[in-house]
Design a protein around this ligand. Structure first.
Ligand code: OXD
Ligand code: MN
Length: 654
């Protein structure tokens, strides 16, 4: 064991006090864990090593230490008890898909939808980067659980990081603590997650507010065969909070395949009807399609109650009775701030009232935060996500510009936003007013089995063709629906590709840890691992249809409860549907429009098969599969057959 020094006082402490050598302070005897940690202490050469305990005091101490170091701003508004604001480096604002790798031994195993490099080569490159990368910094060791401790679906991880920002975010997003170390000591396995911001400090060098490495040195690497994660150079979100996308989706999807369960990019919700019937549903939507909004939605139908189990990731396992059961492996919400408003998601806003970390939003003069489309008037002036002054817009009190008196048009033309488009809140799930506490703890009828799933939804942002809701005829058809999912690219994303569909199968495009063709096959085989009569019903929903004038045809948000009600009725077998080549569509009369101003004519349009549109859709899907060489030959035949079957059905339609 190398003999670095560790400060007794506090996590993140920059003091130079002598303290006992690391070896004496290690709170675990697990040989695998110690060997793993010690090799990186040696390689990364931190000044201090700190084992996180996950206590509230520790969280606050590290946050306050970051305030003292100029890396956090403490929010002083009475609405933000124990809340902090961070501003990232301008180059480090989102997940870096171009620098994210699935480094399996063979390229075919990563498939055509992942970046791939040979693991031996990548490890050599990364070892070179990790060498001395933590000089001048503290190495934190974070033992964490993905899922409630004691639940059979839960898995453990340990993240090494030199970023206190990562520590305090991980302490919200996962269950961190000595209990996890105890479980590891008793022999539980863990996923090793190594992270560095890649910005060593020279002796006496002052740290910056957001240390990170340049883009070409950023690497987010999953090694599926070793079950390891190596991340270098970024401190932001999914690049650095390794429990989330790297572990709970990329590595977990490979474990799930091996072990016969599913790791999905899905929210989990609980819906209770006025009669007291309870149904749990999961839903997979690509980014910017309102997953968090649906997970916390306030139903606009009298007597219906929705509660949140999770907003981003579901781990789903066959139970003893042949049904599928799910847990939310996370412990908090890492939500996109802009667009989260009193209208779109009041429960998410309420989740941010305490113990929350905000990143890249606007700081207001009264020590609060603000972002675009928050449904709250902008302050007269504030500080934008880059740390520059910003001012309320001259002709729109809900906008801010970089200079006083600017008009909405001027601000828009500059492409200016005061809060970064991917600015975030990291909020503890327990803050959510509609949290299903039992479901969140992985309990059903008091048993730690997860919640039984009755319906799975896929969706996307599709201005045309795709109906409001469409039920799959069977499991294989449902898998086809998920495999075909995509979202229309809007002007806000890539302006020269407007209207094109980006295929995002099961919303897992950036998150599947292996060949997507094999992933489809794994989905298909779930029908063999369960009681096929008890499998969740699968639905495809689309809240985003537009009319010829470009107006949304469906109000969305709380009105989506009308669609969920029909789904419940289908699950219970209480309502007939119209069989079409693309699936079962509702009779328009069966969607409850009480108190909603959508006309019957519009609803009918939303529920009609657009033959020409579907023919084009299937052609596009086939072309996408061909461009990907049928996932290097791994595309299950059953899905190709399903495509042809639907094509034939459409051809026969009048
Ligand atoms: C997320 C994402 O942050 O999907 O959840 O990108
Ligand atoms: Mn997500």
């Amino acid at each position: 064991m190398v003999t670095k020094k560790t400060c007794k006082k506090a996590a993140g402490c920059a003091c130079k006090k002598a303290a006992p050598a690391v070896a004496e302070k290690q709170p675990t005897k697990n040989a695998k864990l110690l060997a793993w940690v010690n090799q990186y202490v040696k390689l990364c050469q931190p000044d201090n090593v700190y084992w996180c305990t996950g206590t509230k005091k520790e969280w606050k101490d590290i946050c306050e230490q970051m305030v003292a170091n100029g890396q956090f701003i403490k929010l002083t508004s009475k609405n933000r008890k124990d809340c902090y604001l961070a501003r990232s480096h301008e180059s480090d604002v989102a997940r870096v898909e171009g620098r994210t790798y699935i480094s399996s031994k063979e390229k075919v195993e990563a498939g055509p939808t992942n970046n791939w490099e040979d693991p031996a080569q990548l490890k050599e490159t990364l070892r070179g980067l990790y060498k001395g990368c933590m000089k001048g910094r503290t190495m934190y060791i974070i033992p964490f659980a993905m899922g409630p401790l004691g639940n059979p679906i839960t898995k453990l991880g340990v993240e090494i990081t030199d970023s206190p920002y990562v520590v305090v975010n991980m302490e919200i997003m996962t269950r961190v603590g000595t209990q996890v170390l105890k479980a590891i000591d008793k022999g539980a396995d863990f996923v090793p997650c190594l992270h560095s911001v890649g910005a060593p400090l020279k002796k006496g060098q002052k740290d910056v507010a957001w240390p990170c490495a340049p883009m070409e040195k950023k690497y987010i690497v999953q090694f599926p065969e070793d079950g390891e994660i190596w991340s270098f150079g970024s401190g932001y979100g999914g690049n650095a909070l390794l429990g989330k996308k790297c572990f709970a989706l990329r590595i977990a999807s490979t474990l799930a395949r091996r072990e016969g369960w599913m790791a999905e990019h899905m929210l989990i919700l609980k819906l209770t009807s006025p009669e007291g019937h309870v149904h749990y549903m999961t839903a997979a939507f690509p980014s910017a399609c309102g997953k968090t909004n649906l997970a916390m939605m306030q139903p606009r139908l009298e007597g219906w109650k929705l509660e949140t189990v999770g907003d981003d990731i579901a781990w789903i396992k066959p139970g003893k009775d042949g049904r599928l059961y799910a847990i939310n492996p996370e412990n908090g919400f890492f939500g996109v701030a802009p667009g989260t408003s009193k209208d779109s998601n009041p429960n998410a806003l309420d989740s941010c009232n305490k113990n929350t970390i905000f990143t890249n939003v606007v700081l207001t003069p009264d020590g609060d935060i603000w972002w675009e489309d928050m449904g709250v008037k902008a302050p007269k002036e504030g500080v934008d996500w880059k740390g520059n002054p910003c001012y309320v817009c001259a002709d729109d009190p809900y906008r801010m510009g970089p200079k006083p008196g600017m008009t909405k048009k001027e601000i828009k033309e500059m492409g200016y936003v005061a809060a970064h488009k991917n600015s975030r809140f990291t909020a503890p799930a327990v803050n959510c007013p509609v949290l299903d506490k039992d479901g969140f703890e992985g309990l059903f009828d008091g048993e730690p089995v997860g919640v039984p799933i009755d319906a799975m939804l896929f969706g996307g942002r599709r201005p045309s063709t795709i109906p409001l809701v469409n039920q799959a005829k069977d499991w294989t058809h449902g898998v086809f629906m998920g495999a075909a999912a995509g979202s229309e690219i809007t002007a806000a994303v890539i302006s020269d590709k407007i209207g094109q569909v980006r295929r995002d199968p099961m919303a897992m495009l950036p998150f599947c840890g292996y060949n997507m063709g094999d992933y489809f096959m794994h989905w298909l085989t779930m029908a063999l691992r369960t009681d096929a009569t008890k499998l969740p019903k699968i639905f495809f929903v689309n809240w985003f249809r537009k009319d010829a004038d470009g107006n949304f045809m469906w109000p969305g948000y709380g009105d989506n409860s009308r669609v969920l009600k029909w789904i419940c009725e289908r699950i219970e077998g209480n309502v007939e549907a119209v069989e079409t080549p693309i699936g079962f569509l509702p009779n328009p009369d069966d969607i409850d429009l009480t108190g909603c101003d959508v006309s019957k004519k519009t609803l009918k349009e939303l529920l009609t098969v657009d033959k020409a549109g579907w023919e084009k859709e299937l052609e596009g899907l086939g072309a996408d599969w061909a461009a990907k060489e049928d996932f290097y030959g791994r595309l299950p035949y059953a899905l190709k057959a399903k495509l042809n079957e639907i094509k034939d059905g459409l051809a026969k339609m009048k």
